[in-house]
Design a protein. Structure first.
Ligand SMILES: *[C@@H]1O[C@H](CO)[C@@H](O)[C@H](O)[C@H]1NC(C)=O
Ligand SMILES: *[C@@H]1O[C@H](CO)[C@@H](O)[C@H](O)[C@H]1NC(C)=O
Ligand SMILES: *[C@@H]1O[C@H](CO)[C@@H](O)[C@H](O)[C@H]1NC(C)=O
Length: 149
């Protein structure tokens, strides 16, 4: 092996290591997004009161995480949780989210356009709230939104 090919191989190995290293802040950013969501709910009581860092965020009421990515939130089922306040734009950072159920609450304000970043989202329920604005549509879930004109 020439010196050049040795360094070329080393270079390829480094590229590979970079490519397969896990995305940083996976757990951190999902937990941060959930805590931000809690902070815009006014005031958090009942089930949301147990959303605190004394337990892993995947065990918080309404939160379910993935099997293959155990720190990543895949569904938020919080219909009829008696939530009031606003929806935090940080929810748009839950990039593994597939289901978001926030129906039958008292949420108000704008639907954050950041929800449109949720490329994996398949189910979104915001029914019976006092929200304004339109449901942001991501290419892959347009067809799953019956209310989208
Ligand atoms: C944190 O959550 C636990 C339940 O998971 C609850 O028992 C505890 O009171 C909560 N702590 C605070 C400060 O709300
Ligand atoms: C729902 O929340 C409101 C205030 O946000 C509170 O007054 C009421 O007691 C709550 N109801 C239940 C069933 O927790
Ligand atoms: C998450 O989203 C918010 C608002 O959309 C943004 O300010 C923040 O930098 C994002 N990233 C992380 C890692 O929380």
């Amino acid at each position: 092996m020439t010196l050049f090919s040795f360094f070329f191989l080393l270079f390829l190995l480094c590229l590979h290591a970079l490519a397969v290293s896990p995305a940083p802040a996976g757990r951190g950013s999902d937990q941060l997004a959930l805590l931000s969501f809690k902070s815009t709910i006014a005031p958090p009581r009942g089930l949301l009161a147990s959303w605190n860092t004394s337990t892993h965020h995947c065990s918080w009421p309404g939160v379910a995480c993935g099997r293959r990515h155990p720190d990543r939130v895949v569904s938020l089922r919080m219909a009829s949780f008696n939530l009031s306040g606003r929806i935090s734009p940080f929810l748009g950072n839950l990039s593994f989210l597939r289901e978001l159920h926030l129906g039958d609450n008292h949420l108000a304000g704008q639907i954050p356009p950041e929800l449109g970043h949720l490329a994996r989202l398949r189910l979104l329920s915001l029914r019976v709230n006092s929200l304004q604005g339109s449901i942001p549509v991501h290419g892959s879930w347009r067809m799953h939104q019956p209310h989208h004109a």
